[in-house]
Ligand binder design. Structure first.
Ligand code: UDP
Ligand code: MG
Length: 326
């Protein structure tokens, strides 16, 4: 029998985690009939509600369920990394707990890997129905922009929902950068990916964990992690304005020689100084973004820290039991 690990990042998901478990169990039955066992790993990303307790209960009643609790909220990217690092399966799937990633697609994904020879099967949403209009709009513009400025292929509407071989999971683990942008990393590592499409599904219960501002900051992460075009842009802007300044100097010299030098035009001078000051600050800001990311990378901080897991809980309870018997 082969083993399929399902990594499920959860942040304050007490309302939906059991619903997810019920659905995935149905899928597990189908897989069992073709000789594949499931391992379901809930990554509790520093939840402040009962998520961890529910995962513990599920583990007690079903040994296929494992859990890993991070010491605080590290973000979905870190949770995915933690899951990949602790999974044991020959195949690894990453899934949201809110059932926006339909479990029924798992079988198609698995067959794409085993029968069609793909290394991974990924999903993309063809619609964004049910999402706030403004969020969809900015998401589309963002994908257009990042496709233009990055060499890495970004797929519009791509989800993190994906099944991959152990080989590809290990390749992703080898990219142990601190500033993680999964959509880029998945493409960067290469391998043959089959894209499956589906229409957007609403959350089964609970609320989205992303604010507009949170998404905005995350999108900047994608740009700085997978493109240095903004740095080149600031250099081009500098060259462009130098060229303008050069022609302007020539123009003033010629005009002074021909018509003398009546002193006038300080408002235009003030505007030019302000404008140039703005451009300079803008370019320094871009530089600062990359510097900040480099600073964080060079610290080599761990991507996540574990507070507890089914193994740690088990070891602790074994220890308590021996203490009592002594
Ligand atoms: N999530 C997480 N850590 C976070 C934020 C989200 O582990 O800091 C998980 C969340 O529990 C869910 C998945 O990431 O399983 C997707 O989150 P959500 O549904 O809120 O995002 P959306 O589908 O709205 O983009
Ligand atoms: Mg969701």
């Amino acid at each position: 029998m082969s083993l399929l690990s399902i990594i499920v990042p959860c942040f304050n998901e007490e309302e939906v985690i059991r619903i997810f478990y019920d659905e995935i169990c149905k899928e597990a039955e189908r897989f069992k009939s073709i000789g594949v066992n499931f391992e379901i790993i809930f990554i509790d990303d520093g939840s402040r509600d009962n998520t961890l307790q529910i995962a513990r209960d599920l583990h007690k009643s079903d040994q296929r369920v494992r859990y890993l609790s991070l010491s605080r909220n590290f973000g979905k990217e870190a949770a995915i990394f933690a899951g990949l690092e602790n999974s044991l399966g020959d195949y690894v799937a990453i899934m949201d707990v809110d059932l926006q990633d339909p479990p029924s697609l798992l079988m198609d994904m698995y067959l794409a890997l085993t029968r069609e020879g793909y290394d991974s099967a990924a999903t993309r949403r063809t619609t964004r129905a049910g999402e706030p209009v403004i969020r969809s709009f900015f998401a589309r513009q963002y994908y257009k922009l990042i496709k233009m400025i990055s060499k890495t292929e970004f797929v519009d509407g791509a989800r993190d929902y994906r099944l991959m071989t152990r080989q590809m999971a290990d390749a992703i683990l080898a990219m142990n950068e601190y500033n993680r942008f999964t959509k880029g990393i998945n493409e960067w590592v290469g391998f043959k990916t089959k894209w499956l499409e589906y229409e957007n599904v609403q959350r089964a219960a609970g609320n989205t964990k992303w604010s507009f501002w949170g998404l905005f900051l995350y999108s900047l992460e994608g740009i700085t992690a997978f493109s240095t075009a903004p740095l080149a842009l600031s250099a081009f802007v500098g060259i462009f304005f130098c060229a303008i300044a050069f022609f302007f100097v020539c123009f003033i010299i010629v005009r002074t020689l021909l018509f003398g030098d009546p002193v006038s035009g300080w408002p235009s001078l003030a505007v030019i100084i302000l404008f140039m000051g703005g451009i300079q600050l803008f370019c320094t800001g871009i530089l600062g973004q990359y510097l900040a990311k480099t600073y964080l990378e060079t610290k080599r901080r761990p991507i996540y820290l574990i507070k507890t897991s089914e193994k740690i809980d088990q070891a602790n309870s074994d220890l308590n039991n021996t203490d009592e018997t002594v």
